[in-house]
Design a binder for this molecule. Sequence first.
Ligand code: CA
Ligand code: CA
Ligand code: CA
Ligand code: CA
Length: 288
Amino acid sequence: MNRIVALGLLLVTCLASCDDGDVIVTTFDFEDANLQVCGEPGSYVFFKINSSTAESLSLQLNTTETLFLDNATVDFDLGASNVVNYRTYSETITSSYFCSNVPPTSPLVTIDYLATSGVATLITTLVLNDNDALEEDPESTIDTDNDGLLNYFDFDDDGDNVPTAVEIGPDPDNPQDTDGDAMPDYLDIDDDNDGVLTRNEAGGGLDPTQMITDPTVGPDYLNPAVATPVFVEMYREHSYNLRSSINLFLSNVVFVNGEEQIVQESLDMGNIQDVVDTTITITPKFIN
Ligand SMILES: [Ca+2]
Ligand SMILES: [Ca+2]
Ligand SMILES: [Ca+2]
Ligand SMILES: [Ca+2]
């Protein structure tokens, strides 16, 4: 709020001093400028800076949503709560102008156009990866174990508490099938076909690889000679990588500065690759 008040004062100052003959130059030339973003739920600021002309184009979204975590195309009406400004400055600015918590006192805003109407369209595209070495189709909706995590980002596809990366074996093109039933281990809930589910061959724990009765054979879940169930009705914690990229467009924007008005039918604000690159951890709810 302090910043908004401060900018308002700067605008008034400019209007008072700028309207007696100064030529107002507006290029709207941001083609070479990268889209940048900072902020968090409550207030995100997207901006482009043309350093050579000391201009900026910015969008402040006062949404309480956490952005960038869903595949989505969302329209935001511009106006009181979603604010677009086109500004010029007394000298060029850096990203900290928009990203610092304390509103900067310099450089001065020399021209400030505010969008009174228009639409901002934010397109978010996610890439989810369970790092299990399988080539998996992100369009697929298959969820083998029905745990709510689709196979392409489920690091334990069959929900037997042994990660797919462990079960796949050395050759992802020819995945391991311990019991030879034509169902590869990573999709087989009873890997040794001894009648006890792999999940229940962990001695009551959440890691069947650690339950080894006969070290010469290996873990009990791969040893058909050991078939002692200890029932486990929980999934282990899952993790996957989430990367998101965004494209931002402005359309039908009416910029106003006093009596001046500029209409921009479409402004491509550009894109940011990997605006989020993070690891999501989740323990899926066990459903029998
Ligand atoms: Ca799943
Ligand atoms: Ca598994
Ligand atoms: Ca099998
Ligand atoms: Ca066994």
